[in-house]
Design a protein around this ligand. Structure first.
Ligand code: FES
Length: 147
């Protein structure tokens, strides 16, 4: 049911953790399954994503997609990061079962939410970026126990 790449990223997730004083943090949740994903971005003065980490409270596919999403955005500039869509993440994982497509959507939304947070903090606009509707970022970082 799962590709080798999904299993690999699920069992050995890359970039797990948090970034202190991150340039942008995005937390999104899916109300149906209850899964929550948080992505931290460290963005330098040239708008290049120097580092990216994640924390996901969710299913295996959510962990694999967050892991792959962080790998894909690292080293990219913020505009290129916008191209890391759920489709791009799924392709990089060699596919996901149809019932798990929403997990990859959470990864895309978490990146967008983190970029949104960065853009707000720096008072800039990122072309094509809108606030993800599942964004639950309300300054509640560090209070995971609330979830
Ligand atoms: Fe909801 Fe995977 S089952 S994110």
């Amino acid at each position: 049911m799962y590709t080798e790449k999904v299993m690999d990223h699920f069992q050995h997730p890359r970039n797990v953790g948090e970034i202190e004083n991150a340039s942008g943090v995005g937390t999104v949740g899916n109300a149906k399954c209850g899964d929550i994903m948080r992505i931290y971005l460290d963005i330098d003065e040239n708008q290049i994503i120097r580092d990216c980490k994640f924390k996901t409270f969710g299913c295996g596919a959510a962990i694999a997609t967050s892991s792959m999403a962080t790998e894909l955005v690292k080293g990219k500039n913020i505009r290129e990061a916008m191209e890391v869509t759920n489709k791009a993440v799924m392709e990089a994982l060699d596919g996901l079962p149809p019932v798990k497509v929403h997990c990859s959507l959470l990864a895309e939304e978490a990146i967008h939410a983190a970029l949104w947070d960065y853009a707000e903090k720096h008072d800039i606009k990122i072309e094509g970026l809108v606030r993800p509707k599942n964004d639950i970022h309300e300054g509640e970082e560090g209070e995971e126990e609330d979830y």
